[in-house]
Design a protein around this ligand. Structure first.
Ligand code: AMP
Length: 284
């Protein structure tokens, strides 16, 4: 595995791949890798000839009071895990390499960016869309792999790629979970033992919602209320949102009908840690 930190070096490495008409798969991450990230690499290896992973904690997508400076970082460990997973090329640029001058250009996907996480994280998805556009221009991959764990991010990126005719195919990949159901996240390391224990309620509430749907409940409000009650029973949980939205349009769902594709989405704080999770289901 090659590790490069400069855009020009990455482009030089990929020139030969392109000349040989090999396909390039791209897995963008913020590092502190876990099985969720590595499942994207696995999928990329199945579908493409050469896998590029980026590790970049993007300051543009963090709000002023968020965890940018304390976001977990360990490039040595990430390098080892990426290599073991079969990444061919690891791109780990500095902030100065990515943004040598203050950015004056923003990619903004209206309608999808202001709801759910966009409400409590204003500007977050503009930061994501801008850095992903930049990374797509740098790597020019044929396929790019994103986790459904960040379902809103997938919706934003797919809309952006369609709107701007970016020549890449987005491949959404399933959420990897711990044995007790908690969605894997680099931020899980922030949780103390009691918070970690209580955080299993997130997946449990999604499973409960699924059960209600399967037993014929069609009121989104009723399903949502049940989830909220379950989560509120945990003393350390502070709900940011629990929503049932159409997917990928991200409009509020009211009465569910057969064939509707919906996203059951939530964000909940445990102490200083904000966790998100979701399920995407088609109503039967
Ligand atoms: P991050 O480093 O958190 O920005 O995530 C990089 C990529 O990994 C994004 O496409 C995420 O959606 C994806 N990802 C993060 N956690 C998981 C998970 N538990 N399962 C699958 N994909 C994930």
């Amino acid at each position: 595995m090659k590790v490069v930190t400069e855009i020009s070096a990455l482009r030089a490495c990929l020139e030969e791949t392109r000349r040989a008409q090999q396909t390039i798969g791209f897995v963008p991450t913020m590092g502190y890798l876990h099985e969720g990230h590595l499942s994207l690499v696995k999928k990329a290896k199945e579908m493409t000839d050469l896998v590029v992973m980026s590790i970049f904690v993007n300051p543009l997508q963090f709000g002023p009071n968020e965890d940018y400076s304390r976001y977990p970082r360990d490039l040595e460990r990430d390098r080892r895990l990426a290599e073991e997973a079969g990444v061919d090329l690891l791109f780990a640029p500095s902030v100065e390499e990515m943004y040598p001058v203050p950015v004056r250009t923003t990619v903004s996907v209206s309608g999808l960016s202001e709801v759910l996480c966009g409400k409590s994280r204003p500007g977050h998805f503009d930061g994501v869309a801008t850095v992903v556009t930049k990374l797509f221009n740098i790597v020019q991959p044929h396929y790019a792999f994103f986790g459904q764990k960040d379902a809103q991010q997938v919706a934003v990126i797919e809309q952006m790629v369609a709107d701007l005719s970016i020549p890449v195919t987005i491949v959404p990949c399933p959420t990897m979970r711990e044995a007790d159901g908690l969605a894997m996240s680099s931020r899980n390391v922030y949780l103390n033992p009691e918070e970690r224990k209580q955080a299993t309620v997130l997946y449990e509430s999604l499973q409960k919602a699924l059960q209600l749907l399967k037993s014929g409940e069609r009121s989104a409000g009723m399903i949502r209320d049940t989830m909220v009650k379950m989560i509120q029973e945990k003393s350390l949980a502070r709900i940011d949102y629990v929503e049932i939205m159409t997917y990928p349009q991200l409009q509020p769902a009211v009465i569910l009908k057969k064939g509707d594709r919906i996203c059951l989405a939530l964000a909940v704080r445990f102490g200083h840690t904000r966790l998100i999770d979701n399920l995407i289901v088609t109503v039967e």
